[in-house]
Design a protein around this ligand. Structure first.
Ligand SMILES: Cc1cc2nc3c(=O)[nH]c(=O)nc-3n(C[C@H](O)[C@H](O)[C@H](O)COP(=O)(O)O)c2cc1C
Length: 313
């Protein structure tokens, strides 16, 4: 089966991807967090650093663009193409208020006429420059029934893969995915489909697959794969249990890599806190340690909890 690593802005940057890929591997595609091209600058130096192939060796990376302007998309795509990329992903799912207010991400979904024109432009460019464009979408902005029209719109374009996160904007990442709409896509979409949403375990994958009557393959995993980095190994049959030796290596690599680029302690610890927000599910019954760790302000306090408690060898 094929597993795609979902983009998580602030988490799955090149440091994370390199650490994960070296320690775990078994990911067929990594999607980079969004780049939002602007008039002045299609890709900032910071964004360029994250996606440059030099910093993503051995990683099958798909950069993502977030925009509602086809000229901005094409400028950004050209820069990415010059770096060697032949697939770009379009973000039509971001639910953030500031993003949607600018008509981007999920905020673009209700503007169906503008969306069609945008897709016309970018797929004409893609055809002439032999680029693949995949799309990551939600069901709609206001109402999931918007998805019926969106499927018809998408069907008119050579979308290399349509990744569906079956929620609407106001769902953010909460509640159950709206499975019946993904079932509709399976029946009516002409694009190759990829499911994304709420797969945290092998049991979840099997449950969703049996609901849909097809094995979800490829499947895109986000929070589930951060929370349990062994999840891809489990789904592919390389592991049955979470591998804590690998987990410790992942933790240590990220902790040290962040120390190289950030200071003082608290800034690195903010990064680690964000990760522990996901990882804490692996440490049932260790709530007191997790609480202490989340409060740590200095490396010494943090390391006392992590290395003399949670990850003690
Ligand atoms: C902190 C965070 C950052 C995210 N950043 C992006 C992003 O840059 N681009 C994108 O398409 N989706 C982004 N997403 C959405 C995820 O890629 C994914 O669609 C979502 O988490 C649902 O999948 P999951 O249930 O497997 O986590 C983000 C989600 C979270 C929680």
């Amino acid at each position: 089966m094929k597993i795609y690593f979902a983009p998580l802005e602030g988490i799955t940057n090149h440091l994370f991807r390199n650490a994960y890929n070296e320690i775990y591997g078994h990911i067929d595609k990594y999607f980079a967090p969004f780049i939002s091209p602007s008039e002045k600058c299609p890709i900032t130096p910071r964004e360029r650093k994250d996606v440059t192939p030099e910093n993503n060796k051995g990683i099958n990376l798909v950069p993502q663009l977030l925009t509602c302007r086809s000229d901005h998309f094409i400028e950004g795509a050209k820069e990415l193409q010059a770096m060697g990329y032949n697939e770009i992903n379009l973000n039509l799912g971001c639910p953030s208020g500031t993003v949607c207010a600018k008509g981007k991400g999920a905020g673009f979904l209700p503007e169906t006429l503008a969306l069609q024109k945008f897709l016309d432009d970018i797929y004409s460019y893609a055809e002439s420059d032999s680029m693949k464009i995949s799309i990551k979408t939600r069901l709609g902005y206001f109402n999931p029934d918007e998805f019926y029209d969106l499927v018809d719109i998408f069907n008119a374009f050579p979308i290399s893969e349509l990744i569906v996160h079956p929620r609407i904007k106001s769902d953010f990442y909460k509640g159950e995915p709206r499975k019946e709409y993904y079932a509709y896509a399976l029946e009516h979409s002409k694009c190759p489909l990829v499911y994304n949403g709420n797969i945290f375990s092998v049991k979840d994958h099997d449950g969703f697959s049996s609901t849909f009557g097809v094995s979800l393959d490829p499947v895109m995993l986000g929070r589930g794969l951060i929370s349990d980095p062994s999840l891809a190994d489990k789904l592919k049959g390389f592991a049955t249990e979470t591998d804590f030796a690998k987990f410790r290596r992942l933790h240590d690599t990220l902790y040290h890599e962040y120390q190289k680029i950030m200071s003082p302690d608290i800034n690195v610890l903010y990064k680690m806190r964000e990760l522990w927000g996901y990882w804490q599910t692996l440490f049932d019954g260790k709530d007191r340690d997790i609480k202490r760790l989340l409060k740590a302000k200095k490396y010494a306090e943090y390391e006392d909890v992590v290395y003399r408690g949670l990850l003690e060898e």
